[in-house]
Design a protein around this ligand. Structure first.
Ligand code: PMP
Length: 420
């Protein structure tokens, strides 16, 4: 399309066109809420730009050096010299992208290598890599559970898990967050001969709480025709002696049929995967639409992921330091009087619960102005309509940085009235 034939841009403000009903009308309330918020002069929490990233824990945002406490970069692998070197080498040797799906021209040596690294990391017979963790859940859940099957999931499940159910057209049965009793009760109501996929997460990312997997597995085993999938997006790298996730730490490896994970957190790049010991698992490569009908990951990404995953097998010191950081921050914020998502530290995610949107935004902005970046989270992503500031620690946060973080929270909390 030339400039002469292009549609003229609509320069009207959303308010001016709000009366004209069209497919955007359903967003009117959201647009109005957002405009009202920005009119108070606050910065847009969902439009932050990292001008420069200096390390896994530091970036320049609007000219200011800022401590990063909202990245899910748990193990600090994004700047690991071996990981970066592997990416550069692959870029030189294999080019910038594959321009194709895994089942056509998009499987390179590097894709095999990262799947081998995952099989070694998890000790499984199969590993299948997707372009994101979102697509891994979308693909695996929708392909396993179709019309007439049931997906039984925690009410607080990640959006990719819900979307996998919608794509596959399975019946969704939700149980109360982390309630073994409710899981058991709901499974008991399903037809015995129906096929069921129970989807659990090791760590729930909004509040940072961990699932009671042994009790849940025991409940599932009381019912026929169930398979279990655990999403270890936030557990991989950190939990378990081998870093496999909460299901390793809690000793239920033998009971879990599928583990889904991501490269976008502890691994430090982008991508998703599913590992399994099921003898028929490989057939999924032929029938899983979010695997077949999309381009594969670029060579540099799979090379960085493979290198990172192999290093994470021997990262006990990093795991210990991350745990120490999480405990110190949890105690520091509790002592200051903040209300947190969990009473005791359970993971590297620490959620600070604020009274309402105005307080959450004020606090988020005050932290940013003092040089600390955290994630702002709001309904519908959050449970029970809460407004949260989500902090995720990194193994590379130094003791000094954790002290600074607590001091910044104290100043911002007093300035905004979030603490007394
Ligand atoms: N599962 C869970 C539990 C997640 O929190 C996320 C991302 N936040 C994903 C899956 C999707 O991962 P990705 O970023 O690789 O798409």
């Amino acid at each position: 399309m030339t400039e002469a034939t292009a549609t003229a841009p609509d320069t009207r403000k959303p308010a001016e066109i709000s009366n004209a009903r069209d497919l955007f009308s359903k967003f009117d309330a959201l647009i109005a809420e957002r405009e009202a918020l920005l009119a108070t002069g606050v910065r847009d929490p969902f439009a932050i730009v990292m001008d420069q990233v200096l390390s896994p824990t530091r970036a320049i945002i609007k000219g200011k050096e800022t401590i990063l406490l909202g990245t899910y970069n748990y193990m600090g692998m994004t700047f690991d010299p071996d990981v970066v070197a592997a990416g550069k080498k692959a870029l030189d040797e294999f080019g910038a992208g594959t321009t194709g799906s895994r089942v056509l021209n998009g499987t390179y040596q590097g894709h095999k290598e990262v799947e081998d690294a995952l099989k070694d990391f998890y000790g499984t017979s199969s590993a299948m890599v997707f372009s994101t963790g979102y697509q891994a859940n979308l693909g695996i859940i929708s392909t396993l559970a179709g019309k007439g099957d049931f997906v039984v999931l925690d009410a607080d499940s990640h959006a990719s898990i819900y979307d996998g159910c919608f794509l596959g057209d399975a019946d969704i049965v939700r149980f109360r967050h982390n309630s073994v009793e409710d899981l058991d009760k709901r499974l008991g109501r399903l037809p015995a001969d129906a096929l069921k996929l129970v989807v659990l997460e090791g760590v729930y990312s909004m509040l940072g709480d961990v699932a009671p997997l042994p009790d849940m597995v025991a409940a599932v085993r009381r019912h026929p025709n169930c398979m279990i999938l655990v999403d270890e997006a936030h557990g991989m790298g950190f939990f378990g002696a081998k870093g496999r996730g909460v299901y390793e730490e809690q000793g239920v490896e033998k009971d879990v049929d599928f583990v889904v994970g991501t490269f976008s957190k502890s691994v430090g790049t982008v991508g998703g995967f599913c590992v399994s010991n099921h003898p028929k698992f490989e057939v999924l490569r032929l029938v899983c639409r979010p695997y077949v009908f999309t381009a594969s990951l670029p060579p540099s990404v799979v090379a960085t992921a493979a290198t990172s995953i192999r290093k994470l097998m021997h990262a006990a010191d990093k795991r210990a330091h991350l745990w120490k950081n999480s405990q110190r921050l949890h105690k520091g914020l509790t002592d200051l009087g903040f209300k947190l998502g969990t009473e005791t530290p359970q993971s590297a995610i620490i959620a600070v619960i604020l009274n309402d949107q105005a307080q959450a935004v004020a606090m988020w902005q005050a932290l940013l102005e003092l040089g600390l970046y955290v994630n702002m989270a709001r309904p519908p992503a959050t449970p029970a309509g809460t407004f949260l500031l989500r902090c995720s620690l990194c193994a590379d946060h130094s003791d000094d940085q954790v002290e600074q973080i607590i001091a910044i929270f104290a100043t911002a909390g007093k300035a905004t009235g979030a603490i007394g």
